[in-house]
Design a protein around this ligand. Structure first.
Ligand code: NAG
Ligand code: NAG
Ligand code: NAG
Ligand code: NAG
Length: 189
């Protein structure tokens, strides 16, 4: 019984840890996020016209031989992006200069279904936050999906958590907006 209680205390202390370093307190709690934010991710794919001003992403690899042979999917198509992120849904006045950006790639990895994989950094350069969060994970075409926040730098030094993505708008094939609810469960506060 005593050893069970000791094991339980040990387990609870593993789940919720707070230490002080760099003048900030490291908080880890898997029940309660230590930081939460909602950001909108705007992706404007180059539409193959000669107007390049409004594009923040571009296909860099496509199509694969498998794609050509199947005629049906976009398997292997890879898109590189440097997208604006905003707190509200509206596009920012400048697509190139925003305080928060998403920089990375997504690639389509579904042979039959529309299924993607995302890997990118959210780069913060505002008075509120400086630093980066690195996110990656499977992005199936479900209403919501979770991807991992695998690390961070600057204000987000050693951060970890989960980001829930939800498709918020689609216009043609060139524009989509994602709502991204980021919850950190390990962070310095
Ligand atoms: C492409 O460029 C030509 C010549 O500058 C212009 O007339 C045309 O409107 C442009 N097309 C698009 C889609 O921007
Ligand atoms: C840029 O693209 C977005 C999304 O498609 C559109 O709403 C906006 O009007 C475009 N802006 C310009 C200047 O073409
Ligand atoms: C793919 O499309 C081409 C041209 O439209 C057609 O000739 C070919 O049979 C198609 N292949 C398959 C696997 O559907
Ligand atoms: C960060 O913001 C400052 C001030 O707005 C700006 O001068 C600087 O160029 C920005 N840095 C990057 C990498 O965007």
């Amino acid at each position: 019984m005593a050893s069970l209680i000791i094991a339980a205390i040990f387990f609870v202390s593993l789940l919720s840890t707070a230490t002080v370093a760099h003048g900030r307190r490291f908080v880890r709690s898997y029940d309660e996020p230590c930081k939460e934010m909602t950001l909108y991710f705007h992706d404007i794919l180059y539409d193959f016209s000669n107007s390049t001003a409004n594009s923040t992403s571009a296909v860099v690899a496509s199509p694969t031989a498998l794609l050509r042979a199947m005629n049906t999917t976009i398997f292997g198509t890879t898109v590189v992006f440097n997208d604006p992120m905003t707190e509200g849904k509206a596009l920012p006045p400048s697509l190139e200069e925003t305080e928060v950006r998403a920089q990375g790639l997504y690639l389509y990895d579904g042979k039959e279904a529309l299924n993607a994989w995302l890997a990118f950094s959210v780069v913060f350069n505002s008075t509120a936050h400086r630093g980066t969060l690195s996110l990656m994970g499977a992005d199936p075409s479900t209403a919501t999906r979770d991807i991992s926040v695998v690390g961070g730098t600057g204000d987000f030094f050693m951060a970890r958590g989960v980001a829930t993505l939800r498709g918020d708008a689609v216009e043609g094939f060139t524009y989509f907006r994602l709502q991204m609810d980021i919850k950190l469960y390990e962070c310095y506060v």
